[in-house]
Design a binder for this molecule. Structure first.
Ligand code: OXD
Ligand code: MN
Length: 604
């Protein structure tokens, strides 16, 4: 048993001494635990049980309106020096942060239960998997961890007893029910605190989260462990922890490609992970929708697993038409957060169906009709569902040693300049693609609409150390993998024509890009060289059955030297903030690209 392991018992006891909970519960991950805690959440008003005939074993949670998203400005990488955290992370000196945390956590669990949640990221005992223990005072977090990770006390205890290192993670919603003087206050359906901390200590591989009960801030196996802490582990031990989906695409001749892909938010990542190809004969199987851990295998190739056990997907825009697989996955055993509640006890959100219910209770708990001025579901409302329930899940998605990666995709939402697909000529050029990627801001995001928000490798809020050192780590991994390295591609589904409309249909038609990639990997597509890399030669992209015209196609692949020179200057400005940490190879790629673009502009 986990309690029998002295290092775990001592750590829990030391944390409990500060947190001062009423009681400690050692979680097992059992069905009994799920049923007991979901019932408790219903009694407390955190959960509404959905109509079991329509959505068996499923629940709706409404958060406090102030606790609806990850808090990037309160997320800290507390490395020994600020330089190690780099200019894109918030940093506080470790000792100072420990003092602040001690103050916040002192008595934070008074009147509550401290749950000890042992979990594995990745299949239990797998060669790429890692374990951790989260302490939390939120039963919502415990049941979310049941879905998003593998919670199993005996299996984790056996691994720790056998010497596995484990990541300690402490979480409190920061809403004690009793104060230091012993004064009790009633609980609320969604306890949280206006003061928030999401803290990673990369040297000691520790996580502390305070004040929020919401997903990415509180389900600590996900962004905090599987990306921020794991990226630090990966750099040290020669692997990659990435904000990437993972799929297998199989073509009509049985040809298979395993693809990982990084997209900033609002680029259709979950839709791509669960794609239903329109290109006849192609099939896509889902292995992961958000995070990939990749290690070189004994054959020298790069192998990937999805360290998660479930999907924590954005609900709005996920619909019968846009992503039927996700809708199917969420039919049962699901937790919905901040979506609308229908009169028959089911859920609804904008984009789920063409038909809009005449009446709902919205995410704030108010009556809602189609005439209401605000959406029924919060734009960042979520479904939390078991990956195993996904109709497109690959039968071997839990293969402990992972699958061999053939292609790495970097995408963004770019209305101009960026072609539909381009293959990097070398690993170095691919790392440059990842380092310079970004998305134009949509109306929903802060900042000026259309302005480019750089999001290197889609890791901006998730890299546990200096972003430029991370690029160097990618370059080092390329050296290690040599000619066994996957090929790297840049993709953009969002280019617009002169009239402002999208040039590319996207969704299932993205399979056409995968088809071209598979031809490139098989050596059957010549491609056409450009300063940016290789694009499809005439006729290589299968457009049969689409209404993409010849002129759309020209537009989709047009590479104008002048705006691209401006792009490279933007990259130089972006790189400048990292000073001497910028890998010389990336600065060199930028200069070479400028030369090629100048040559192309003279030639044209
Ligand atoms: C997520 C994110 O929640 O990337 O997956 O923000
Ligand atoms: Mn994500």
């Amino acid at each position: 048993m986990l309690q029998d392991i002295a290092e775990v018992r001592d750590w829990v006891a030391a944390q409990a001494e500060l947190l001062k909970p009423d009681r400690i519960e050692w979680c097992t991950g059992s069905d009994e635990e799920w049923h007991r805690l979901t019932e408790l959440l219903v009694e407390r008003g955190t959960f509404t049980r959905l109509n079991p005939k329509l959505r068996p074993n499923s629940f709706l949670a409404r958060t406090d309106p102030s606790d609806v998203a990850r808090v990037e400005d309160r997320t800290f990488i507390c490395s020994a020096t600020e330089e190690e955290a780099g200019p894109t992370n918030n940093w506080v000196a470790p000792d100072a942060m420990r003092a602040e945390l001690r103050e916040a956590f002192d008595g934070a669990m008074r009147g509550r239960t401290l749950y000890v949640v042992p979990f594995s990221m990745g299949p239990m005992g797998g060669t790429i998997s890692q374990v951790g223990i989260e302490l939390t005072d939120s039963p919502y977090v415990v049941v979310s961890m049941h879905v998003m990770t593998r919670v199993d006390d005996e299996a984790i205890a056996a691994q720790i007893a056998a010497g596995a290192t484990w990541v300690p993670a402490v979480h409190s919603v920061g809403y004690p029910l009793v104060d230091a003087a012993g004064q009790r206050r009633p609980d609320v359906p969604w306890p949280c605190n206006s003061l928030k901390y999401i803290v990673q200590f990369p040297e000691t591989l520790e996580i502390f989260s305070y004040g929020s009960g919401y997903g990415g801030n509180a389900i600590l196996g996900k962004k905090c462990y599987a990306l921020r802490i794991a990226s630090v582990m990966a750099r040290k031990d020669g692997w990659l922890a990435e904000h990437m989906l993972l799929i297998r695409a199989t073509g009509p001749k049985g040809q298979q490609v395993h693809v990982v892909a990084a997209f900033p938010s609002a680029c259709g990542k979950t839709n791509f992970a669960m794609m239903r190809p329109t290109l006849p004969g192609w099939k896509v199987e889902t292995l992961g929708d958000d995070i990939s851990w990749m290690r070189p295998g004994t054959d020298g190739r790069l192998y990937a697993i999805n360290p998660e056990n479930g999907f924590f997907g954005v609900a709005p825009g996920t619909g019968e038409k846009t992503n039927p697989n996700a809708v199917e996955t969420a039919r049962s055993n699901a937790i919905f957060t901040n979506v609308g509640l229908t009169d028959d006890g089911d859920v609804w959100w904008e984009g789920l169906s063409d038909e809009v219910p005449a009446h709902l209770i919205d995410w704030r708990g108010n009556d809602w009709t189609p005439d209401s001025p605000s959406p029924a579901a919060h734009p960042n409302s979520r479904f939390t569902v078991h990956a195993s329930q996904c109709p497109s899940i690959a039968p071997d998605w839990e293969a402990p040693a992972g699958v061999p990666v053939d292609a790495i995709l970097f995408g963004g939402r770019r209305a101009t300049n960026t072609p539909l697909v381009v293959e990097a000529r070398t690993w170095r050029d691919g790392v440059y693609l990842g380092a310079t990627m970004g998305s134009e801001r949509t109306a929903a995001a802060e900042g000026t609409v259309g302005e480019l928000r750089r999001d290197p490798f889609a890791m901006l809020p998730f890299c546990g150390y200096n972003m430029a050192d991370y690029w160097q780590h990618w370059l080092d991994m390329g050296e290690l993998l040599g000619d066994k390295a996957p090929r790297i591609y840049g993709v953009n589904w969002f280019r617009r024509g002169a009239d402002g409309s999208f040039l590319w249909p996207g969704f299932g038609d993205n399979s056409r890009v995968i088809d071209w990639i598979s031809q490139r990997l098989a050596g059957t597509a010549e491609g056409r060289d450009t300063p940016l890399g290789v694009i499809p030669a005439d006729g290589e992209l299968d457009l049969s059955g689409t209404d993409v015209t010849e002129s759309d196609l020209t537009e989709l692949f047009r590479i104008d030297p002048e705006p691209w020179l401006t792009e490279t200057r933007g990259a130089e400005t972006y790189f400048a903030q990292f000073g001497s940490h910028v890998p010389p190879a990336l600065a060199e790629r930028c200069r070479e690209l400028q030369e090629e673009l100048r040559g192309a502009s003279v030639a044209s």
